[in-house]
Design a protein around this ligand. Structure first.
Ligand code: PGA
Length: 267
């Protein structure tokens, strides 16, 4: 089975809704069908921008999909400030980030909460994009593989093999996010490969072969080709570079070119 590559742009807490609409229009113009035929391109705007972005995607028939950056573990009720899975589903979201390191750090999200959010996403047919990754201290102690496997185990507690196969895992070393310090393709492949092995142990070989695993952390147009060339890296979660339409569309086009050249490495 060949896994369809995914490039997801995490816009974080950037842009006004007017700027978000402008960016999605520019991306629509810059991304040809030939790229969409190979790569799934997703944008993950802030909550207030989901509706306008969705409207532009639909009315201008652009082939990108959209998703959110977080969701509440509950489906509704007295949770001031939170946004639920049913709300995101009603806005046509396909994806939702869960467990991004910025949520873990600034909002003290632990693996139990991340796991509850994974289940909330799955309950509403949203694809969770589950983020794991080690900080610099863990990397320097050489415990990064063990750390990421443990996070994955905890975050996927009581998730069925079919649900895992339909989810996306993102390996994002915290020391590489927004720092310009990208992991080497070998570093990224080592952890992504170990995560896929872990899925095989927890579930089965078919699930491990189906689940998409992305790398994230300072991915740009000029380093994406080497990353997605690795057998267990099925695309990228892109922060800073996703806010620039030229850079992001180039990054998607380079990924499409790399896949057109060799699909069997990722099967
Ligand atoms: P970055 O962010 O590409 O700016 O490093 C990646 C992410 O946080 O998802």
């Amino acid at each position: 089975m060949t896994r369809r590559p995914l490039i997801a742009g995490n816009w974080k807490m950037n842009l006004t809704h007017v700027e978000a609409v402008e960016l999605v229009r520019k991306l629509g113009a810059a991304l040809p069908d030939a790229v969409h035929d190979v790569v799934e391109v997703a944008v993950l705007p802030a909550f207030p921008h989901l509706h306008p972005v969705r409207t532009v995607l639909a009315t201008e028939q652009l082939r990108m999909v959209h998703g959110a950056q977080d969701l509440a573990p509950q489906d509704g009720g007295a949770y001031t400030g939170d946004v639920s899975g049913p709300m995101l589903a009603a806005l046509g979201c396909r994806y939702v980030l869960v467990g991004h390191s910025e949520r873990r750090e600034h909002h003290h999200e632990d693996d139990a909460l991340v796991n509850a959010k994974v289940h909330a996403a799955l309950r509403h047919r949203l694809t969770p994009l589950v983020c794991v990754g080690e900080g610099l201290g863990v990397r320097e102690q050489g415990r990064h593989v063990e750390h990421c496997r443990a996070q994955l185990d905890a975050d996927l507690t009581a998730v069925t093999p079919a649900q895992v196969a339909a989810s996306v895992i993102a390996y994002e070393p915290v020391w590489a996010i927004g720092t310009g310090r990208v992991a080497t393709p070998d570093d990224a492949q080592q952890v992504c490969g170990a995560l896929r092995e872990r899925v095989a142990e927890r579930c089965d070989a078919a699930t491990a072969g189906a689940v998409r695993i992305l790398y994230g952390g300072s991915v740009k147009a000029d380093n994406v080709a080497e990353l997605v060339a690795r057998p267990d890296i099925d695309g990228a979660l892109v922060g800073g570079a996703s806010l620039d339409a030229d850079e992001f569309s180039r990054l998607c086009a380079i990924t499409a070119g790399r896949y057109r050249g060799s699909t069997d490495e990722h099967s």
